[in-house]
Design a protein around this ligand. Structure first.
Ligand code: HEM
Length: 483
């Protein structure tokens, strides 16, 4: 089976992967400083592609010592080589959700939750099936829960702008998305339970305990390096927060836990997995995705807003004034905009996998040899902004990109869900089970915005995990569905 991993279409003889890890320890620490402080993420990868003249390169990835045992990876940094990470015959996905380090399982009730399991592990099948079944069983609840929670958010945007000329979307989204997800999945808004309004901040703290090695708070390296990037934050400091979150799930998610139990999970393992999928995967995802989407749409300006408003209001009018799944399917531009935002700014940027066997990996230009056991790593923006696929506008937000027959041919190069947009999540792969949900709620955010507003402006900045958005003006709709 050795070397059977070659990707179709390349004829040249396999080469060794170029690149360098530098001196042990020193090289990895130097690279970490480049990554966080001297170059920044994008430049870190782009400069190494340039230095070695290759989109498949050997590099160190953060956090490095002493957080991670081994920072050395083979990076796949173009649209052609990246999909090796989706091929379960070629890569093993055990314990590498966060990369070269793994947070303590005491942050997840002692369990290795779904995101850390390889599809070959029987528990992966049970948990993923539970999540896919939960999402399916709640599909009719998503639109009403989204509309009530996010129309209330936009009420606050209106009043904040009237008061102070600004509205901080990220802060409002953090509170709203948490309640929306709880209501959509379990029928119970967390803020209406004993958890009160403290859920989002408890969740954010727990997320930080897991992601600290990968983020920068914008402080000086002398403080951040020992605090965030060298040793794990002690789990006991977040134990109380996790216990409160668990309390909500064990009570509110009973029916979902029943599904898990029916599939052979203990109620406790099902509940910890539901907590993780809801709080880390879903809530963490929307915390990053929605501001990114708004920033792209805001930046595109009034012409796009007019077209979105016309499309959305027309489809809603045709559905008798209701926002239905069928109406959403007719909103081709809104769908293309959501995909384009996920392409340009994928919320989860790093993917990893250990080579299951000796492999040959093809980039656009060459074929490379990789040994069994080596860590493969993809920085997704390099793949989804590949000019060899997306042309001269690869780095631009092009709202119409995925429209029509030609546009839809590009969907197979959209990788945000850890799989191609044309593929589907299953128990046999590691593609995000929330794939359809995410594209749906992205469209719903546009619907809510453009049923209410003709246009808006926003200031865009950076946030701990992505983009920050402040609304600076909104123009109320001058026409409604049907007018
Ligand atoms: C896996 C992205 C929302 C549940 C993943 C992966 C990515 C991803 C990239 C693969 C990670 C890897 O193995 O390398 C996102 C983004 C989201 C989002 C960007 C939102 C914008 C959701 C939602 C759910 C979810 C709503 C709800 C169930 C999961 C789970 C996995 C996963 C359980 C592990 C899948 C497996 O083990 O087979 N997600 N996700 N995610 N996601 Fe999502």
């Amino acid at each position: 089976m050795a070397s059977s991993g070659g990707q179709a279409g390349s004829t040249s003889a396999p080469k060794a992967v170029p690149g360098s890890y530098g001196l042990p320890l020193v090289g990895a620490v130097r690279d970490r400083l480049d990554f966080y402080y001297f170059q920044g993420q994008d430049k870190y990868f782009e400069s190494r592609i340039e230095r070695y003249g290759s989109t498949v390169v050997r590099i160190n990835v953060p956090p490095g010592p002493f957080m991670a045992r081994d920072p050395r990876v083979v990076a796949v940094l173009d649209a052609k080589s990246f999909p090796v990470l989706f091929d379960m015959d070629k890569v093993e996905k055990k314990d590498l959700f966060t990369g070269t380090y793994m947070p303590s399982t005491s942050l997840t009730g002692g369990y290795r939750v779904c995101s850390y399991l390889d599809p070959s592990e029987p528990t992966h099948t049970k948990v993923k099936q539970m999540l896919l079944s939960l999402l399916l069983s709640r599909k009719d609840h998503v639109i009403p829960a989204f509309r009530s929670n996010f129309s209330a958010l936009l009420d606050t945007v209106d009043s904040d702008i009237a008061k102070s000329g600004k509205a901080d979307f990220n802060t409002l989204n953090d509170a709203t998305a948490f309640d929306f997800i709880g209501e959509a999945y379990f029928g119970v808004r967390p803020s209406a339970t004993d958890l009160g309004t403290g859920g989002p901040s408890k969740a954010a703290k727990w997320l930080l305990w897991q992601l600290a090695p990968l983020v920068t708070l914008g402080l000086t390296p002398i403080i951040e390096e020992p605090l965030l990037h060298t040793f794990p934050l002690p789990p006991f400091l977040v134990k109380g927060d996790y216990k409160s979150l668990y309390g909500y799930f064990s009570a509110a998610a009973r029916q979902a836990i029943d599904i898990g139990e029916g599939l052979g999970l203990s109620r406790d393992e099902a509940c910890h997995n539901l907590l993780f999928a809801t709080t880390f995967n879903s809530y963490g995802g929307l915390k990053v995705f929605f501001p990114g989407l708004l920033a792209s749409v805001g930046g595109a300006g009034e012409k796009l807003h007019e077209r979105l408003a016309a499309e959305i209001r027309g489809a809603v009018a045709d559905a008798g004034g209701e926002v239905t799944l069928a109406a959403l399917e007719k909103m081709e531009l809104a769908k293309s905009v959501v995909w384009e935002s996920l392409r340009l700014d994928p919320p989860v940027k790093f993917q990893y996998g250990h080579a299951k066997k000796d492999l040959e990996i093809a980039s656009h230009d060459a074929v490379f040899q990789v040994k069994k056991g080596e860590m493969l790593f993809g920085y997704q923006p390099c793949a989804t902004k590949d000019a060899r696929v997306f042309g001269a506008t690869a780095n631009d937000f092009v709202p119409d990109r995925f429209l029509g027959d030609e546009g839809s041919k590009l969907l197979k190069y959209v990788y945000w869900s850890n799989g191609r947009e044309t593929d589907s999540p299953s128990v046999d792969n590691k593609q995000c089970p929330g794939k359809n949900f995410v594209v749906l709620v992205g469209r719903l955010l546009l619907v809510e915005l453009f049923l209410r507003y003709d246009t808006f402006t926003a200031e865009v900045g950076t946030d701990l995990l992505g983009t920050s958005v402040n609304f600076t003006s909104v123009t109320k709709a001058t026409s409604g569905p049907g007018s």
